[in-house]
Design a binder for this molecule. Structure first.
Ligand code: UDP
Ligand code: MG
Length: 320
């Protein structure tokens, strides 16, 4: 196939049957408006609903639609990575399936791309229809991440962004298993800028990021870009041993020069529990990193594709 689209729109989806058709129509309206060739790369991340079937039907009617169907759920960040691997456009746009990122922002991104920027990320001015809990944890997360890492990761940006082909190739070359794409995009560098937008409510369905996934996502982000949590052990250890040394001096002084003896063992137990707690916490931190080293060393592929559709014969091996 010699056909080379200018734009690839990558849409990761996990159980999005309620919204995916609407998303497709709105995206199509916007992309037709550019008057340039484009393709949609839908990545089905092991949905247990009809998401994949719906996209397969779209493949029949629209030659610009492609589907990558994973063998199981591999996670949002991996789905985006697969979309980028398969995308053929000169610019790649990543957008969520739930219409929280308005497709109408894409032409602004394209304009900046034509001005010569390589990465144009969407910066959320506001987040509508999300719980106070989600907003506060997100706020804290982006600030914490910023203070912990030396890579300049912009605050309040999601994965809604346009990247140039050369950035896409650079990202595909980063083989790490625990992927935090926002951080990786900052890490590869190039000319970056932002467009601002208001994050809408989810058009239908519910969030696919429950607390457990959010925590995992945050840990991946921090551990892939910072060693500081490991250093924490050194700092805490230093402060604790210094203070216990001072305390020892006080005890010795009381023993030798005063009549007051140290009362009870409750204080000893309390201190013991406290120290054990810290030791376990730091072991946990070290475990997080070792687990990730283990993941990397297994050298498994990032994802497994069950089938692809709409790619012609170029990339898909199990093509229709
Ligand atoms: N998603 C995915 N795999 C997952 C979880 C989510 O591909 O394991 C997709 C989901 O379909 C959506 C995007 O990632 O297109 C963002 O998810 P969601 O909207 O649920 O997250 P939120 O906006 O609530 O943070
Ligand atoms: Mg969403």
């Amino acid at each position: 196939m010699s056909y080379e689209p200018n734009y690839s729109v990558v849409v990761p989806m996990y159980n999005e049957e309620e919204v995916i058709l609407r998303t497709y129509r709105r995206l199509k309206g916007v992309m037709d408006g550019t008057g340039e060739p484009y393709e949609f790369v839908f990545v089905n991340d092991g949905s247990r609903d009809r998401s994949a079937e719906i996209v397969k039907e779209l493949c029949q009617t629209d030659p610009n639609v492609r589907l990558i169907d994973f063998s199981r759920n591999f996670g949002h960040q991996v789905a985006i990575s697969a979309g980028m691997d398969y995308a053929q456009g000169k610019a790649v746009i990543v957008i969520d399936a739930d219409l929280q990122d308005p497709p109408e922002v894409i032409p602004d991104m394209i304009r900046k791309w034509k001005e010569g920027y390589d990465v144009i990320y969407g910066k959320r001015l506001k987040r509508k229809g999300e719980t106070v809990f989600k907003k506060t944890t997100a706020l804290m997360f982006y600030r914490l991440l910023r203070s912990l890492t030396s890579v300049d990761i912009p605050v309040d940006t999601g994965d809604f962004r346009l990247i140039d082909r050369k950035v896409c190739d650079a990202l595909s070359g980063l083989k790490e298993k625990n992927r935090f794409i926002r951080g990786m995009v900052s890490w590869v560098g190039f000319n970056q800028t932002s467009v601002e937008y208001v994050r809408e409510e989810r058009a239908a369905g519910e969030t696919k990021y429950p607390l457990k996934k959010m925590i995992r996502f945050a840990l991946d982000a921090i551990t892939s870009f910072s060693y500081k949590p490991l250093k924490l052990a050194t700092y805490i250890g230093f402060v604790l041993s210094l203070s216990s040394f001072l305390y020892l001096l006080i005890v010795l002084y009381q023993k030798l020069f005063t009549n007051s003896t140290e009362p009870g063992w409750a204080s000893i137990i309390a201190i013991n529990l406290f120290f054990n707690g810290i030791v376990l916490l730091m072991l946990g931190v070290i475990g997080e990193y070792i687990g990730r080293i283990y993941d990397e060393s297994k050298n498994r592929p990032l994802y497994i594709v069950k089938e692809t559709k709409g790619f012609g014969t170029k990339k898909g091996s199990t093509e229709d």
